[in-house]
Design a binder for this molecule. Structure first.
Ligand code: SAM
Length: 217
């Protein structure tokens, strides 16, 4: 087993399983995705540490535990169509690609989207479509989605995104101020977009969701 594989096993055991994440498929996938390829070259030695890391353009790759917590909350079985808002490095996207049927991911910064696309192609994640743009509008042509994951902090739950969930669909999104948020799981219960169940998954800190239905740039 190479150095990074060992670090990955340790990351999953000590940062993720030890904190209560139980989804066996997710744990297995996180043992295999080479997170060190999604960080800046100078940071590869820190790739499996218990914290977020910069990826350029003032953005970050999220802490491994937060990636796991958010993904587990989507309850993926392999058949789902998933929308991700905030591709960033593409690390979270690569995990979703292995756990769902199809993944649609939107990133507002073109250079990050381009780098993520290259890495996802390198890993044969061909069930992923990436679009550059404002993800707060969702991806209407591809809706409805069984699961939507927002990886940047929003001032409120964008109702446009709830409207793009299938019945029973799950939206996981950090909501709060620009400095601190609560991770919410929103489940759509009926045709009425106000008929939702909200669950609090705990406190978190994300970069801003910038866009028409997010924060101002
Ligand atoms: N999950 C990513 C990863 O594994 O690297 C980390 C995502 S990073 C915390 C948040 C990303 O959301 C940034 O790349 C940022 O540019 C992007 N973002 C912010 N607002 C957005 C918007 N309205 N639409 C699409 N992407 C957005």
């Amino acid at each position: 087993m190479n150095r990074y594989a060992k670090q990955r096993m340790r990351m999953v055991d000590t940062q993720i399983r030890a904190r209560g994440v139980k989804d066996g498929r997710l744990l297995k996938v996180m043992q295999t995705i080479p997170r060190h390829l999604f960080v800046e070259e100078a940071m590869t030695d820190q790739a499996y540490n218990d914290n977020p890391l910069p990826i350029g353009e003032k953005q970050t790759i999220s802490q491994p535990y937060i990636v796991a917590l958010m993904t587990e909350a989507l309850s993926l079985t392999g058949k789902e169509k998933v929308l991700e808002i905030g591709t960033g490095s593409g690390y979270q996207t690569a995990i979703l690609a292995q756990l769902a049927d199809r993944v649609f991911s939107i990133e507002r910064i073109a250079s990050l989207a381009g780098r993520a696309r290259k890495m996802l192609d390198y890993l044969n994640a061909f069930n992923v479509a990436i679009r550059v743009g404002d993800g707060t509008y969702g991806w209407k042509e591809e809706a409805p989605f069984d699961a939507i994951l927002v990886t940047a902090g929003a001032p409120k739950v964008p109702s446009l995104l709830v409207a793009q969930l299938s019945l029973g669909g799950r939206l996981v999104i950090p909501v709060g101020s620009r400095s601190t948020q609560t991770l919410l799981k929103v489940t759509r219960l009926s045709e009425d977009i106000h008929d939702i169940k909200k669950e609090d998954l705990g406190g978190c800190r994300f970069v801003d969701l910038i866009g028409e239905h997010g924060w101002e740039n």
